[in-house]
Design a protein around this ligand. Structure first.
Ligand code: NAD
Length: 325
């Protein structure tokens, strides 16, 4: 009998982590998954309610900064996929303490445990925001790291620490840097779910500055497929960009959402720009394409699917919005 693979997921009650856990359990019958999550404002156990009874899934309510707890959990795990983070740029502008603690120190705690227990793969989930902003062309994995927000700086710091554990300790680290994700279960503070839910509530949508900032959007399940691919076929010590190939200005995105939801320009409220707002993100994804990666979801169809999900799951986001944390 072959041993079941044990994967530790951190931050699995958040947006991408919960989608990834569901994706993995549905795709691989022989994987066991342990999810460690602190359940901050952004993490909700109910995001994985449908998997609670699955004997292959175990949830541990804990903080990744708690070294003794993490050490015990990592012992016996084959693979770590590290999603847990403070993830909202606007919050990092207001106060970045938790960003440095979780994103940098928490990553260090995991790396130490991974090193001690010789895990066979350590996947650091990172972001295109580490590269900063680019006017023309696209970032490759060799582009300089020039983060502009406290959030992206804390993620870049974590990436550099992870890389150092590969170079110095031979830990089989792989880093993924994806573009902006969207889809079901995304906390309604992020632009796409914020705009959809505001419109469902009959409110306006707050658009930063001139709205001409460009983002490359990837449907969350395409990112999950990319992470899975890299986990199985990627090379230790490497970075892989994962983009959706759907660049669009925030204004175009807003107009698209408005149109799909039967609203007009009067629903836009222009607000002063975010401090240090990156103008454009763009990823060159040739490296992961060589592994066979192709985004499966068409951007506009995935947006329809996402709008439908928020229409059909009002109690989930209404509760989060009413708490206003
Ligand atoms: P999220 O904010 O929805 O979820 C983060 C999760 O981490 C939550 O469940 C939270 O409870 C948990 N968490 C936070 N601090 C913790 C701690 N100290 N210990 C244990 N758990 C903790 O974030 P997300 O959007 O799902 O992002 C997941 C990862 O992907 C992050 O590392 C983020 O930087 C990266 N990423 C996100 C995007 C995006 O567009 N959302 C794009 C690129 C990369």
């Amino acid at each position: 009998m072959t041993m079941k693979k044990k994967i530790l997921i951190t931050g699995g009650c958040g947006f991408i982590g919960s989608n990834f856990i569901r994706y993995m359990l549905d795709k691989y019958p022989d994987y066991n998954i342990i999810n460690i999550d602190k359940l901050t404002y952004a993490g909700k156990g109910e995001n994985l309610k449908d998997k609670e009874g699955d004997s292959r899934y175990k949830f541990i309510h804990s903080d990744i900064c708690e070294a003794p707890v993490v050490d015990k959990i990592v012992k016996g795990c084959d693979i770590i996929v590290h999603f847990a983070a403070e993830s909202h740029v606007d919050r990092s502008i207001l106060c970045s303490d938790a960003f440095v603690r979780t994103n940098v120190f928490g990553t260090h705690v995991l790396l130490e445990a991974a090193k001690r227990h010789n895990v066979s793969r350590y996947i650091q989930i990172s972001t295109d925001e580490c590269y900063g902003s680019i006017k023309k062309g696209s970032f490759t994995e060799n582009s300089p790291i020039l983060p502009n927000s406290p959030y992206s700086a804390s993620k870049a710091a974590a990436d550099l620490l992870a890389r150092s554990y590969f170079v110095t300790h031979g830990l089989p680290v792989i880093i993924t840097r994806s573009s902006n994700n969207f889809g079901p279960w995304q906390y309604p503070e992020k632009v796409i779910p914020l705009f959809i839910t505001n419109l469902l509530e009959g409110k306006k949508v707050p658009l930063y500055g001139d709205g001409l900032n460009v983002r490359d959007w990837i449907f969350v399940l395409d990112n999950c497929a990319g992470i899975d691919l890299v986990m199985r076929n990627g090379k230790a010590g490497e970075v892989y960009n994962i983009g959706g190939g759907s660049e669009i200005t925030n204004l175009e995105l807003t107009r698209l959402i408005l149109k799909k939801m039967g609203k007009g320009e009067e629903s836009i409220s222009y607000v002063s720009d975010r401090a240090g707002h990156d103008r454009r993100y763009s990823l060159n994804c040739a490296k992961i394409k060589k592994l066979g990666f192709r985004p499966k979801y068409d951007f506009k169809q995935a947006l329809d699917l996402t709008i439908d999900w928020y229409k059909n799951n009002k109690p989930w986001w209404q509760k989060l919005k009413s708490k206003n944390v």
